[in-house]
Design a protein around this ligand. Structure first.
Ligand code: KE4
Length: 429
């Protein structure tokens, strides 16, 4: 972004101390070129950078800020909790309150364990599934991202895909060989994998709505087949709802698509912007976890009162109001405006959305899997990203990430975004 002297100076300094100058790779703008700006503060649907520029934010710290940034109810809850101490390492009442609240919203969760990130949640759920089934093989889908646990950094999405290294260095071949990667929405590949390996497959983990290679949806029948095959072969089904949980519906994507997984993973929204993760599901599986059973999993800050308080305030605010109807209306308005703007400029854009999560692929075709997504014009997306940034709109800095809306976005924000998009599309023709 032109004219950002303080961000430029901070980035130069950060590069001296932190690899790539960032604490998470996707923030480095490698997918779009240029360098990241630094945020001074954020409120509602807006972020303000260290050079005083205000931007309409569609990244929302990658999903957690579904109420917008610094929502008064969340801030108040965190302040009140902090006044009582920040972490105890001993059970506190808020852990029970949030467990009860998540269970009330997601019926497939009979028991839950909190941790500190989505990665930890997915890593732990995989270990638990392997312990429960006494099998080693896991199945994931290409382009899906389930955090940076060793077993899962195989043809992964998000930052790994953005940087073009979906298979990370440092993961022993002996780990990766237990991970089968299938194309998403491919029933034949699914059937063949179970026919060949069914009795060794511990679990299949999926993003019910893959949103780490942009955003695409399960084709009708795919999830039903997956549930049928996993059940028939004694494999557990893990729904990774770190991004979709409490985002696409109070009960997550599983409630939208009628999927009943054995385990689910959560993160982001249930921490209200503080570090949190969780995994939960069938009690007979969860009870294999230490201290009850032989599968070890632990964390110093797991269930810490600040994250629990922020998560409770977020879920209470979401469920109390008509948040999901508002998020759907805002999403539909954005989609209609963006599609009209692209069409008027003659730019092929495939806008895919579920509720308040979306992706504008620079491609003509429908996108149903990673192979389709890889046809998107990344160079054109990068020019679009910077054009929008220069016009005051911050989109995810990668064609392979989803965008998010919050209840703090207004119709005026959407209309301003669409106007910026119309101007930007015209520069791409
Ligand atoms: P974390 O470890 O980043 O809290 O969660 C990992 C994770 C697990 N599962 C899904 C479906 C996810 O989307 C994520 C993390 N999402 C990315 C954004 N696509 C986090 C952004 C980043 O890596 O900086």
């Amino acid at each position: 972004m032109s004219g950002s002297p303080r961000s430029e100076a901070l980035f130069a300094e950060s590069l001296r101390h932190t690899p790539g100058g960032v604490n998470s790779p996707v923030r480095a703008f490698r997918g779009v070129g240029g360098q990241p700006f630094f945020v001074q503060s954020a409120r509602g649907a807006r972020i303000t950078d260290v050079d005083g520029r205000e931007l309409i934010d569609y990244v929302l710290t990658w999903g957690p800020a579904i109420l917008g940034h610094a929502h008064p109810r969340v801030i108040e809850a965190v302040k009140a909790a902090a006044d009582r101490g920040t972490s105890f390492g001993i059970p506190n009442p808020l852990e029970v309150d949030l467990a009860v609240r998540v269970k009330s919203l997601v019926p497939s969760v009979e028991k839950i364990r909190f941790c500190n990130s989505g990665t930890e949640a997915c890593m732990s759920a995989i270990r638990l599934a392997r312990g429960f089934t006494r099998r080693d093989t896991i199945v994931k889908f290409d382009g899906c991202y389930h955090g940076h646990g060793d077993s899962l950094l195989v043809k992964a999405g998000s930052g790994a895909l953005t940087l073009g290294n979906p298979d990370s260095a440092g993961v022993p071949a002996d780990f990766a060989k237990h991970t089968l990667v299938l194309p998403f929405n491919d029933p034949d590949a699914l059937r063949a994998a179970f026919a060949a390996h069914g009795n060794t497959i511990a679990t299949v983990i999926l993003e019910v709505v893959p949103a780490n290679a942009g955003l695409y949806l399960p084709r009708p029948g795919f999830l039903e087949l997956l549930r049928e095959l996993t059940r028939a072969h004694g494999s557990l089904l893990i729904a990774d709802e770190v991004m979709t949980g409490f985002r696409v519906a109070p009960g997550g994507a599983q409630s939208v698509f009628g999927l009943v997984p054995d385990l689910s993973t959560f993160g982001k929204i249930i921490g209200g912007g503080l570090p949190v993760g969780a995994f939960g599901g069938r009690a007979d599986v969860m009870d294999l976890l230490a201290p009850l059973g032989p599968v070890y999993q632990a964390g110093t800050l797991s269930g810490n009162p600040l994250a629990m308080a922020a998560g409770l305030a977020t879920l209470d605010e979401l469920v109390a109001g008509n948040a999901y109807a508002r998020l759907e209306a805002l999403g539909a308005r954005l989609q209609a405006g963006m599609e009209d703007a692209a069409r008027s400029a003659g730019i092929p854009v495939r806008f895919q959305r579920i509720g308040s999560m979306f992706c504008a692929y620079f491609v003509e075709r429908e996108v149903w899997n990673l192979a389709d997504a890889l046809h998107a014009d990344r160079a054109r997306f990068a020019r679009f990203f910077h054009g929008m940034l220069d016009r005051g709109v911050y989109l995810a800095p990668s064609q392979f990430e989803a965008g998010f809306l919050s209840t703090a976005h207004t119709e005026a924000d959407i209309d301003a975004t669409v106007r910026a998009a119309a101007e930007t599309f015209r520069t791409l023709a």
